[in-house]
Design a protein around this ligand. Structure first.
Ligand SMILES: Nc1ncnc2c1ncn2[C@@H]1O[C@H](COP(=O)(O)OP(=O)(O)OP(=O)(O)O)[C@@H](O)[C@H]1O
Length: 236
């Protein structure tokens, strides 16, 4: 089957400063892939360029067998869903209201209850807090709302920027367990994660970004056998 996402020679940056240099990769229609690598080397910029929040300078992106549409909204409607770093939730709104916002690109008549049920199945803790304002949730619960809001879009690829950011190790485990469970239903997920040891047992393919390029790509076994690569780029 054709790849879900195919990126060729993608370049992007800020102002006149280039960040991404000829990034090429592809993703299949299922499973968890991870972009790993040190901070400040372009992982977030890549996700933002894929979702259309940043303009691509050159290169091609194909999604679901067709050239990707231009606007952020059209990309979301095509099924490319971006869960940004830092959650970016509506703090004065409840859990359910935040989740409902994620379904904005769904066709008219979509029954929100179906989406809520999927999210609450994955994150039962959110079901208990469904009427609570997001401002009163813990950091881990907010992260769950952010991922749940992305799920509500019903996309074909869920791109999640650093789901572990700022969370305690035990909460990181809970979030990654949920992503594992979501992937087992056949979802395609692309995660940005600085620390490969956190994602090693969740993802099945890894792209190591350094200096705005992929310096190494491999599966879980290759990653485990590449301690030299990890030490060189990630310091341990
Ligand atoms: N809005 C912006 N304006 C100008 N430069 C930016 C902007 N956002 C990011 N950059 C620069 O682009 C480069 C790549 O940043 P990016 O956030 O993509 O890296 P990253 O690998 O995701 O790191 P982190 O995990 O810390 O976000 C960095 O040099 C950063 O300073």
């Amino acid at each position: 089957m054709a790849d879900l996402l195919s990126v060729r020679n993608l370049c992007s940056g800020y102002g006149h400063i280039p960040v991404l240099h000829d990034v090429s990769f592809s993703l299949p229609r299922e499973g968890v892939s991870a972009i790993i690598g040190p901070n400040g080397h372009g992982k977030t910029t890549l996700l933002r360029t894929l979702s259309g929040l940043n303009r691509s300078w050159s290169g091609q992106i194909e999604f679901d067998g067709a050239p990707i549409p231009q606007s952020v909204e059209a990309r979301a409607r095509a099924g490319l869903v971006h869960v940004p770093q830092g959650d970016q939730l509506f703090m004065d709104m409840t859990v359910m209201e935040n989740l409902a916002m994620g379904a904005y690109a769904r066709p008219k008549g979509y029954d929100l209850q179906t989406g809520f049920a999927e999210v609450f199945d994955l994150f039962p803790r959110l079901a208990e807090r469904r009427q609570q304002r997001v401002s009163s949730l813990s950091g881990g619960e907010r992260r769950m709302v952010g991922i749940g809001r992305g799920m509500m879009a019903g996309g074909k690829l869920l791109m999640i920027d650093e789901p572990s950011l700022g969370l305690a190790p035990i909460v990181i485990e809970q979030v990654y367990d949920a992503l594992r469970k979501l992937a087992s239903t056949g979802a395609a997920i692309l995660v940005v994660e600085e620390n490969p040891s956190r994602i090693e047992t969740v993802a099945e393919r890894f792209f190591l970004m350094d200096g705005g390029k992929f310096e190494w790509t491999g599966d879980t076994e290759a990653l485990r056998n590449s301690s030299d690569i990890v030490a060189t780029y990630l310091g341990g």
